[in-house]
Design a protein around this ligand. Structure first.
Ligand code: ZN
Ligand code: ZN
Length: 156
């Protein structure tokens, strides 16, 4: 299997057996983490409908679409790492997923967030997220950006 068939969410599983069924509405994400991963892939692939439809209805705003279009134009996502999860299992109705998503455009950076999810009528929705400080490695460890360089030699 070529690496291009792998799901962009970093699961190391084929896209067709990971997030694709959710993005094409062939299946419903069963856990908060599955929804979070599939929403990352929607950002990665520019699937605006999916991002709007998986947002908790009372949190949707009239300018979501225009803001998503802007953000998708300027941001290139490189990788996702799920740091931890709390609740969010099939039998729960709320859950939290902490993750780091790395982008290379408009510049290298990481989004470190703890997202809140709620399940209603069998569907998980993204409610909102708490921004957390970047996770920085020690000087001699590999940089978080995936360059393969030591942290102290990366980003000037
Ligand atoms: Zn996936
Ligand atoms: Zn780096």
């Amino acid at each position: 299997m070529s690496s291009s068939n792998l799901c962009p969410c970093g699961s190391k599983r084929p896209y067709a057996n990971c997030c694709e069924p959710y993005l094409v509405q062939a299946a419903i994400a069963p856990t908060a983490e599955a929804l979070m991963r599939s929403r990352y892939v929607a950002y990665y692939k520019g699937n605006i409908e999916y991002l709007i439809n998986t947002r908790y209805p009372s949190k949707r705003k009239f300018d979501d679409r225009i803001n998503l279009i802007k953000s998708l134009k300027t941001t290139v996502w490189e990788s996702l790492t799920v740091v931890s999860t709390r609740q969010g299992k099939k039998t729960d109705t709320a859950g939290y997923v902490e993750f780091v998503a790395v982008h290379s455009q408009p510049e290298w950076g990481q989004l470190h967030e703890r997202s809140k999810f709620i399940k209603e009528k069998g569907r998980w929705f993204y409610v909102d997220g708490e921004l957390l400080p970047p996770i920085l490695p020690k000087r001699n460890q590999a940089c978080w950006c995936g360059s393969g360089k030591k942290f102290k030699h990366c980003h000037g």
